[in-house]
Design a protein around this ligand. Structure first.
Ligand SMILES: NC(=O)c1ccc[n+]([C@@H]2O[C@H](COP(=O)([O-])OP(=O)(O)OC[C@H]3O[C@@H](n4cnc5c(N)ncnc54)[C@H](OP(=O)(O)O)[C@@H]3O)[C@@H](O)[C@H]2O)c1
Length: 293
C-alpha cells in the first residue's frame, strides 16, 4: 500500500486531501499540521518523516498572506523557499515523490493570452517571488517532483475569498469588487482530487515520474473576474447583495495583482488527460458543501 504524507494539513487544500482520503482506503495517509511538522525546521522534519515509509509527500504548507508578505518578507521566504528546499532535499535523499504547489502570480508578465508553463516569469511582490524561489528549490533539489501552479483557491474549509464575502454578507449588503483582474478560481477539492488521480496513475505505472516531473498549470476551467465571481457566490448562496464593479486602481493593497492571469492547461491535458471542471460548476459544489456543514 502506498503511503502519502501531507504537510500543511490544516490549511484549506490540506483539509480537502483529508476529506478525500476517507474514500481512498487503498492508500495510507499521514497528515502533519504546522505544529507537528514545521517545514522550515529541517531537524524536526527529518525526525517526523523518518518514522514512516512515505512514497509521496504532498506539500500543502505555505505562507499564503499575499499582502502581509510585503512586510513579512523573511517569514514568507523562510516558508515558501527554504521550507520547500528542506522538503525537496529530504524527498530526494529518500526516493520520495514530492508534490508541491505554486501560484499563477509567478507569471505576472503582461501577456493577455492564457499563460503557458514555459512563458516568462516576472513575480511582483514578496509572496509571488517567494513562491517562484520555492519552485526553483524543488526543481534543483528533487529529481522526482511535480509542481502545480494554481490560482484563486477556495474551499468549504479554511479561510478564503468565498467564505469571507459570505460571512461579511451577514452585516454588509454592498460590496466593491474589481472587474479588471481576470483569472480562474480553483475549488481546492477539484485540485486535491486530480492530484490524487495523478498519484494513482504513477502507482499503477500509467505515468513514469522520470518522464512527467516538472511544472504544470492547474485551475478550474473557464475565465472570470473577481466581480463576476463574487456575483455568482452570492447568487448561488441566495444572498441579496449589491456589487459595484471597480478598477484595481481604486482599491489600494500592499501587493500588486496581475490583471490577466488565466492559465493554459494543455500540458496537464496532454500528460495526464485531465480537463478540470468549469469554475461555475465547482463553485456550486462548494456552496452546497458549505450549506451541508
Ligand atoms: N489560496 C490561494 O488562493 C492560492 C492560490 C495559488 C496558489 N496557492 C498555493 O496553494 C497551496 C495551498 O494553499 P492553501 O490555500 O491551502 O493555503 P492555506 O489555507 O493558507 O494553508 C497553508 C497551511 O500551511 C501551514 N504552514 C504555514 N507555515 C508552515 C510551516 N512553516 N510549516 C508547516 N506548515 C506551515 C499553515 O499553518 P498555520 O495556519 O498553522 O500557519 C496552513 O495550515 C500553497 O502552496 C499556496 O501557495 C494558493
Amino acid at each position: 500500500m502506498a503511503t502519502i504524507g501531507i504537510t500543511g494539513a490544516a490549511g484549506q487544500l490540506g483539509q480537502e486531501f483529508a476529506f478525500l482520503s476517507q474514500y481512498l482506503p487503498k492508500y495510507n495517509f499521514i497528515f502533519f499540521d504546522s505544529e507537528e511538522l514545521d517545514i522550515t525546521d529541517k531537524n524536526q522534519l527529518i525526525k517526523e518523516l523518518e518514522d514512516y515509509d512515505i512514497d509521496f509527500l504532498v506539500n500543502c504548507a505555505a505562507y499564503t498572506k499575499v499582502d502581509q508578505a510585503e512586510s513579512e518578507s523573511d517569514l514568507a521566504f523562510k516558508t515558501n523557499r527554504d521550507g520547500a528546499a528542506n522538503l525537496a532535499e529530504y524527498c530526494d535523499d529518500n526516493d520520495i515523490i514530492l508534490i508541491h504547489f505554486s501560484s499563477d502570480y509567478v507569471y505576472h508578465n503582461g501577456l493577455n493570452r492564457p499563460l503557458k508553463e514555459q512563458d516568462e516569469v516576472n513575480p511582483q511582490g514578496v509572496y509571488a517571488a517567494s513562491k517562484l524561489a520555492g519552485e526553483q528549490e524543488v526543481l534543483k533539489r528533487c529529481k522526482k517532483s511535480l509542481i502545480f501552479r494554481t490560482s484563486w483557491v477556495y474551499s468549504s474549509f479554511g479561510s478564503n475569498f468565498v467564505k469571507k464575502i459570505l460571512n461579511a454578507s451577514g452585516t454588509q449588503t454592498e460590496f466593491n469588487m474589481v472587474y479588471d483582474q481576470i483569472g480562474c478560481p480553483t475549488y481546492a477539492r477539484d485540485l486535491a482530487n486530480q492530484v490524487l488521480n495523478i498519484i494513482d496513475g504513477i502507482v499503477v505505472n500509467e505515468y513514469q515520474i522520470k518522464e512527467c516531473s516538472g511544472v504544470y498549470n492547474i485551475t478550474n476551467s473557464g475565465v472570470t473576474s473577481w466581480y463576476d465571481f463574487s456575483r455568482q457566490v452570492f447568487q448561488l448562496s441566495g444572498k441579496q447583495c449589491s456589487i459595484n464593479p471597480i478598477l484595481s486602481s481604486a482599491f489600494s493593497s500592499p501587493a500588486v495583482r496581475p490583471h490577466y492571469s488565466v492559465l493554459d492547461q494543455s500540458k496537464l491535458k496532454e500528460q495526464f488527460g485531465i480537463v478540470m471542471p468549469h469554475w461555475l460548476d465547482s463553485l456550486a459544489k462548494c456552496i452546497k458543501a458549505l450549506n451541508d456543514i
